[in-house]
Design a protein around this ligand. Structure first.
Ligand SMILES: CC(C)(COP(=O)(O)OP(=O)(O)OC[C@H]1O[C@@H](n2cnc3c(N)ncnc32)[C@H](O)[C@@H]1OP(=O)(O)O)[C@@H](O)C(=O)NCCC(=O)NCCS
Length: 91
């Protein structure tokens, strides 16, 4: 959670367990309140998770994002995340 002026500005979650490889954890539920967007808060949340998780011996983070979510994909690309796998169409 990221708080500012006693208000909740954004949230991010990280999986409690690793993937089967033992070193990768999943980022999810990244969300920044509409009135707080475009101020670098999502960037701050992700970097904070990265600094905690990666320094804890884990070597990778993964996340899932809709290919239509151009804002989020732009954010992730900017932070160095690279696409893997093939997009799947949800039923
Ligand atoms: C995606 C989201 C978390 C970004 O939060 P944010 O705090 O506004 O992001 P930041 O301020 O850290 O922006 C970092 C980069 O994201 C991209 N970005 C953010 N808002 C954008 C917008 N409105 N249009 C285009 N790109 C945008 C830009 O690349 C931006 O870098 P820049 O400011 O140098 O151009 C926020 O828009 C959100 O909560 N969206 C709804 C939930 C969601 O889609 N979550 C992701 C699910 S995978």
């Amino acid at each position: 959670m990221l708080e500012t002026d006693d208000a909740l500005a954004g949230t991010i979650s990280i999986s409690a367990n690793t993937d089967e490889d033992g070193v990768t954890r999943r980022l999810f539920t990244l969300d920044v309140g509409t009135e707080y967007r475009r101020r670098g808060f999502a960037t701050k949340l992700i970097k904070e998770v990265e600094s905690r998780v990666l320094s804890d011996g884990h070597s990778a983070l993964r996340l899932e994002v809709s290919v239509d979510n151009h804002i989020a994909t732009s954010l992730y690309e900017k932070l160095g995340y690279q696409p893997v796998g093939t997009p799947e169409k949800l039923q």
